[in-house]
Design a protein around this ligand. Structure first.
Ligand code: HEM
Length: 357
């Protein structure tokens, strides 16, 4: 994760190039703020409330975390074809600390101005009783040594930034596609709403234990991630030379795993283009072939935030569907035109109708 700052190899650079371009071009207007709020709150203990404060400077600062000088990006991308263009950006100071400093400053300024206006109501500030936040620790350059992790401030900050980076857009696109799949499959949405209503009667508060035991909800989320896995492919570097099915993979060779294609392969998934959550029902999921379904990756380097993401996505979905239903409208694009750069996402913003129940 330290490598984040230094672009240690070309593969990482390419990942960054595509992620950053995608970030800059995408319109994540509804679910984006929710994900920003969750990630900023959990990684940095920042109470951003970007849904109600769309012009918050924190959003601007946070987005800068993922922006790098354009000429550097172009050179890094082009160096794949023209290696002489390769720039060792390890030497460049891409310092997210400055951005975070701004985030803290605007947070503090906001808190002060809000405090003057409205004493006691602290809706846009650090939660007063929180433990020392990661960012504050970084800001004051205190070593977080009481925690016997052996991590430096820099490493801890890198982790927090990585969570923000890895968790924001993936969770957002997951929610976007879930909404689209439900709007285009109203019978699935109806069944899901029945499960929600029976689990949390009278639009009751959503509880973690019950949420995580909702079987149909789990099937719906899994099926949506099958059709639209945010990471279209995974990559690994071979640790040693191996021969698999007659193909020799040399040591150090980069191997790409085409998750998107595998999850829509008709040999693995009958009628793969159809949204059928029952594929993941208790009885059916036993027959899913290993490695046919990998939206969170596999092995020791699979998604670190998988369970966190599942809670975040399920919670948002249940909360919305308790009160609203999604449906298509004239402007809904069916079928969707996909943008295959970077994370899997729609080329154009998805437009749906939201009706109160
Ligand atoms: C639905 C949302 C998400 C999806 C679909 C997703 C998917 C993935 C995938 C495919 C990988 C690569 C795994 C591999 O190579 O085997 C990954 C890595 C990672 N994810 Fe997620 N992710 C999501 C949300 C999150 C969240 C919310 C966080 C943080 C809280 C997070 C943190 C990470 C980290 C730190 C890694 C790198 C793990 C490593 O290299 O050891 N992800 N994620």
């Amino acid at each position: 994760r330290k490598q984040i700052y230094g672009f240690p190899n070309m593969l990482n650079q390419l990942k960054y190039l595509s992620l950053v371009l995608k970030y800059l071009t995408e319109n994540l207007s509804i679910f984006g703020p929710y994900s920003i709020d969750v990630m900023a709150s959990c990684a940095f203990s920042l109470d951003v409330d970007s849904i109600n404060n769309p012009s918050s400077p924190i959003i601007d600062h946070a987005s800068k975390l993922f922006r790098f000088p354009v000429p550097v990006l172009i050179l890094q991308g082009a160096s794949l074809l023209f290696p002489f263009l390769y720039v060792d950006v390890k030497q460049l100071r891409l310092n997210p600390g400055d951005v975070l400093q701004n985030m803290i400053n605007s947070q503090t300024a906001n808190k002060a101005s809000k405090g003057k206006q409205k004493k006691g109501n602290d809706s846009y500030s650090h939660k007063p009783n929180h433990k020392r936040t990661l960012v504050h620790s970084h800001q004051s350059s205190l070593c977080i040594s009481p925690v016997p992790t052996g991590l430096t401030d820099h490493e801890i900050l890198s982790q927090a930034i990585m969570f923000m980076f890895a968790g924001y857009e993936t969770s957002t696109t997951t929610l976007v596609f879930l909404a689209y799949n439900l709007a285009t499959n109203p019978e699935v949405m109806k069944r899901l709403q029945e499960e929600i209503d029976s689990t949390f009667p009278d639009k009751g508060a959503v509880r973690y234990e019950a949420l995580m035991q909702m079987e149909y909800l789990d099937c719906v989320v899994n099926e949506s991630l099958r059709l639209y896995p945010p990471a279209a492919r995974l990559d690994r570097i071979a640790k040693e030379t191996v021969k698999i099915c007659g193909i020799t993979i040399q040591k150090d060779m980069v191997v790409m795993i085409p998750v998107y294609a595998l999850q829509r392969d008709p040999e693995l998934w009958p009628e793969p283009e159809e949204f059928r959550p029952d594929r993941f029902s208790k009885q059916n999921k036993q027959s899913i072939k290993p490695y046919a379904y990998m939206p969170f990756g596999v092995g020791p380097r699979n998604c670190l935030g998988m369970r966190f993401a599942q809670v975040m996505v399920k919670l948002a979905l249940v909360d919305i569907l308790q009160n609203y239903s999604f449906s298509v409208c004239e402007e809904t694009e069916i079928p969707l035109e996909m943008d295959y750069k970077g994370f899997v996402g729609p080329l154009n913003p998805i437009k749906l109708k939201l009706e109160t129940r």
